[in-house]
Write a protein that binds this ligand. Structure first.
Ligand code: HEM
Length: 396
């Protein structure tokens, strides 16, 4: 591919070796590092070696369960605002709706701002995703070519970086007691303690936006796509929500929403928002008996492994009970959030958000799929629907 040797790793044991057992033998790869350097080179997603390790240790507490619990009320009220705009019988494109909802959640929990008043956050997120939309040829053109996409990307990225710098500066002038709980305030605290540089703070804020927005919106969209085709499953989840939640979903309710958790797991199996990602071998290695020379690009395809009949019975069918108990399949037959030391730091955040939003929606409405049950999908940076996912709303 493009003058480099690449191979696809489709056996869970080999995926585990690359991500976990021998992870130090594999890097993120030069193409990714170079492409994302301007936007988030000093952030967690792109950095490597000691810098990555230090940062991961410093930033990790911001993603501990207790900290994340403080975000659940924002997640709940954002979802409730979405529901308030709905009416019985309406048909909505859930991808659009969930994209807006997750953007609102990120604006509030990352930056402590309302994105409707600060459109730069969502505009920059759009510009970054368009720039790196791997289903379009332009994503392979170098940044320095003045294409319209590159120019817009540059402009919006500059503005976003300025916005983050300004917000961080304002926070530092505030008394720590009154800064609020958003991720920006936590990272500002790390900068003051000398654990993070100002550049690392900025690049991590951009990283969370890039890594956390579209992925979570797609997770929600695909769970709704699956549920809208299975009224019996919806009824089952609604019974669970009624039994567990007393009107408004709280952080304490989330561990008890087990069937909802499994419905999300199963949707992420069938439609993993990150459908493949890459590593580069730093030295010669042997995987499953194949010799892989240093410099080879390895493709780790969730899409293929999650639908492999060797590990999954009737793999095309939505069946959440697969996730009840231990099914005896290899651990890395399922890796929607990656694995090993570089697994998604936002996994718990995303899971909490998806559960809170879905429980809030299911409490008020049932869903019926209007558009194609087998939608076209686009292999972009993430796995995106090719057209609207239209769902009719039926008030409970
Ligand atoms: C359903 C939603 C999500 C999915 C499917 C997802 C998936 C992934 C995957 C597969 C990786 C590993 C990439 C690799 O190893 O090359 C990753 C890494 C990462 N994700 Fe997520 N993610 C989601 C939500 C989030 C959220 C909400 C945030 C932040 C608020 C986030 C932040 C990150 C970061 C910073 C990394 C890099 C971690 C590191 O290298 O130390 N993600 N994600």
């Amino acid at each position: 591919m493009f003058g480099t040797d690449a191979c696809m790793i489709a056996h869970p044991d080999a995926v585990q070796r690359v991500l976990l057992d021998d992870h130090e033998a594999f890097g993120k790869g030069e193409v990714l590092t170079r492409n994302l350097a301007d936007a988030m080179g000093e952030g967690l997603f792109v950095s490597g070696g000691d810098q990555w390790e230090n940062q991961r240790t410093q930033v990790q507490p911001a993603f501990y369960r207790k900290q994340l619990h403080t975000y659940v009320p924002e997640m709940q009220s954002t979802a409730a605002e979405t529901v308030e705009q709905w009416r019985d019988g309406m048909v909505v494109d859930v991808n659009d709706t969930m994209t807006a909802t997750t953007m609102d959640v990120l604006g509030r929990t990352l930056f402590g701002v309302d994105v409707r008043e600060n459109p730069i956050v969502s505009e920059a997120s759009d510009a970054i995703l368009t720039r790196f939309d791997t289903s379009r040829f332009w994503s392979f053109l170098p940044d320095r070519l003045p294409t319209p996409t590159n120019r817009r990307y540059r402009r919006k990225l500059d503005k976003l970086q300025q916005f983050v710098d300004d917000l961080a500066r304002q926070r530092r002038q505030q008394d720590p007691e009154n800064r609020g709980d958003d991720l920006l305030s936590l990272l500002v605290g790390f900068v003051e303690a000398g654990d993070l540089t100002v550049d690392e703070l900025r690049d991590n804020m951009v990283t969370f936006l890039f890594a956390g927005h579209e992925t979570t919106a797609l997770g929600l969209t695909y769970t709704l796509l699956c549920l809208a085709q299975h009224p019996d499953r919806q009824a089952d989840l609604q019974a669970e929500v009624d039994a567990v939640c007393d009107g408004r979903v709280t952080a304490g309710d989330l561990p008890e929403l087990e069937r909802l958790e499994h419905a999300i797991d199963e949707a992420l199996r069938l439609y993993p928002p990150v459908y493949m990602f890459f590593r580069e071998a730093k030295r010669d290695v042997t995987l499953q008996g194949y010799d892989i020379p240093a410099g080879t690009t390895l493709v780790l395809p969730q899409w293929a492994v999650h639908r492999d009949p060797a590990w999954w019975d009737d793999p095309e069918t939505f069946r959440p009970e697969r996730f009840d108990g231990d099914a005896g399949r290899p651990e890395y037959a399922y890796f929607p959030f990656g694995g090993g030391p570089r697994h998604c730091i936002g996994m718990r955040f995303a899971r909490m958000e998806m559960k809170t939003v879905l429980a809030t929606l299911l409490d008020e409405y049932s869903f019926e799929l209007v558009s194609d049950p087998d939608p076209d999908l686009i292999a972009s940076t993430n796995l995106k629907p090719g057209g609207p996912i239209e769902i009719a709303l039926d008030v409970r």
